[in-house]
Design a protein around this ligand. Structure first.
Ligand code: HEC
Length: 211
């Protein structure tokens, strides 16, 4: 029995020694499973050892492949489903049939949509969407749409979303700057800048010359 206690005591001391109960609480002591104590850094901006990692698909296998992008075909939690229409004339026509997945915006969401519009769009379209932002009035880019016009009042949400996703003529694509929800929110916001559909024929109160 005594022997048993002695063996247990020695074993206990050894284990405690391995776990390490030194004064420095910031160090893990002896590391039993290093892969668990020191995880491989997959953080977006973490520096990666180029002798171990590669972002060249052709080098896959020889090194660990990691390109910072989400795995294709995956959707971020809570994100809207991908938009499947293609960037061609057929896709543009068909976009009119795509319903805005957002029925209505809360007060906060509408505020956010307005903020996004003023940051991304007002420079060309103007804060009220009348096509008279600083770039339009400078004359540097012509043909900036006056979103309060009847054409755009009648334009389907889906078509606006399509143009925001792929760009249209002199307007670039916003797919990389604004996620799907933000783009649909902006379409909702544009509606608030437009005269009501019933009064669509009434002349716009905006007197600026830009179309
Ligand atoms: C660089 C200037 C510029 C910026 C910035 C810009 N647009 Fe445009 N936008 C245009 C021009 C030019 C057109 C007209 C395209 C055409 O029909 O040739 C246009 C057209 C549109 C249309 C009509 C699309 C269609 O199918 O006819 C919508 C809707 C629109 N813009 C919304 C937005 C929103 C929302 C933003 C901000 C996310 C934005 N625009 C930012 C220049 C701009």
């Amino acid at each position: 029995m005594k022997k048993c206690i002695t063996i247990s005591a020695v074993a206990f001391t050894m284990i405690m020694g391995m776990i390490g109960c030194g004064n420095d609480k910031t160090k893990p002591g002896s590391v039993y499973m290093p892969d668990m104590a020191y995880s491989r850094g997959y953080e977006t901006y973490a520096e990666r050892d180029s002798s171990v990692f590669t972002n060249d698909p052709l080098n896959k296998g020889a090194k660990i492949y990691y390109d910072n992008n989400p795995v294709s075909g995956t959707i971020k939690r809570g994100e809207l489903y991908p938009y499947t229409l293609r960037n061609d004339s057929m896709g543009y026509v068909m976009s009119a049939g795509v319903k805005n997945p957002i029925d209505s915006l809360s007060v906060d969401e509408m505020k956010e949509a307005g903020r996004l519009f003023n940051i991304n769009c007002a420079i060309c379209h103007g804060e009220k969407g009348a096509g008279n932002g600083p770039i339009a009035t400078s004359g540097k880019i012509g043909g900036i749409a006056n979103l309060t016009l009847d054409t755009y009042v009648k334009m389907a949400d889906g078509t606006m979303f399509h143009s925001l996703t792929y760009g249209k003529n002199l307007m670039g694509s916003y797919a990389s700057q604004l996620d799907r929800k933000q783009r649909w929110m902006l379409v909702k916001y544009i509606r608030t800048l437009q005269p009501k559909a019933t009064a669509a024929q009434a002349p716009s109160t905006d007197t600026t010359k830009a179309k």
